[in-house]
Design a protein around this ligand. Structure first.
Ligand SMILES: *[C@@H]1O[C@H](CO)[C@@H](O)[C@H](O)[C@H]1NC(C)=O
Ligand SMILES: *[C@@H]1O[C@H](CO)[C@@H](O)[C@H](O)[C@H]1NC(C)=O
Ligand SMILES: *[C@@H]1O[C@H](CO)[C@@H](O)[C@H](O)[C@H]1NC(C)=O
Length: 268
């Protein structure tokens, strides 16, 4: 039999280390662990699965992740209109999210209005481009992605999917809530070079935009013009070796939307 004092000590410890849940705690920070008096284990959140064979390159959506143009981050994007604590039969959350939040995909309608009107939304994106062999490359850290940089990467012809890891990853920009305009992205001549001299159809990048902040619209338009290049932005490329993987990215089928959150994984 467990001596009573041990039980009491255990209970006391639990009471001291566990914070009681309030309405504001419905969506706790992903960085703090809470514990449960009912002996429910803490959920496991993983970056890799199957001993590292499957790598999640999607950022977790949370209030303190960066959001385009904001100093305050994404903010509380989930609410709980129905809650069991308030007598509902179940907890049902609702979300309000700019479609270009976190790890996301752009459709051609994002910056070419005629394409938006014509219906080139995320539901029309080619899943074959978003899924298949992919190359993860490191971009020289001293420059934005220009034609010269693209040339220097020596990406072989025939490679259709490339994830570009840049200074953004070293600077951990996707982990900082303040939006930073000095992120690295493509300049217009870099985008043009990619279009004219490579077979790349999937462009992945490690901050919220594939195009550098300066000249962002013009650079996006170079990518979107032919409607066969897909941009996946805000990827989590930390702690992944450069090389060849199988990439799998699936956007939501949002009819009429020019962007969508996307879940992307790499498989070794
Ligand atoms: C429960 O209802 C109260 C009053 O409407 C509200 O203030 C509170 O936020 C609700 N709690 C949750 C968890 O939804
Ligand atoms: C939702 O229901 C679960 C299960 O009963 C409960 O643990 C959780 O605290 C509830 N969340 C809210 C915010 O009421
Ligand atoms: C890339 O361009 C941005 C402006 O869009 C600039 O602030 C930044 O310093 C450039 N980064 C590098 C490494 O040249």
């Amino acid at each position: 039999m467990t001596p009573l004092y041990t039980l009491t000590t255990t209970l006391l410890t639990l009471l001291i280390t566990c914070s009681t849940s309030t309405a504001d705690d419905a969506y706790p920070s992903p960085y703090t662990t809470t514990c449960d008096l009912n002996n429910i284990p803490t959920p496991i959140r993983s970056e890799v699965y199957d001993n590292g064979r499957i790598i999640d390159i999607t950022h977790r959506y949370h209030p303190e992740m960066p959001s385009w143009g904001s100093d305050e981050g994404l903010g509380q994007f989930l609410r709980l209109p129905n809650s069991m604590k308030n007598g509902s039969r179940s907890n049902v959350s609702e979300m309000k999210l700019v479609t270009h939040t976190g790890t996301h995909v752009d459709a051609p309608g994002h910056m070419i209005d005629e394409y938006f009107d014509a219906g080139f939304d995320v539901d029309t994106l080619d899943l074959l481009v978003l899924n298949g062999p992919a190359l993860l490359v490191d971009v020289p850290r001293d420059s934005n992605i220009t034609a010269e940089v693209m040339k220097s990467l020596n990406i072989p012809k025939g490679v259709q999917r490339v994830l570009f890891r840049t200074l953004n990853t070293d600077r951990r920009l996707m982990w900082q809530k303040q939006f930073d305009t000095s992120y690295v992205g493509f300049l217009r001549d870099g985008a043009q070079w990619l279009k004219d001299n490579s077979d790349i159809k999937l462009v992945g990048i490690d901050y919220l935009s594939a195009a550098a902040f300066v000249d962002s619209v013009a650079t996006h338009r170079v990518f979107f013009e032919s409607r066969d290049i897909i941009l996946v932005e805000g990827l989590k490329l930390d702690d992944v070796e450069a090389g060849i993987y199988s990439v799998h990215c699936l956007p939501l089928r949002l009819l009429g939307a020019e962007g969508s959150p996307i879940r992307c994984i790499l498989i070794k």
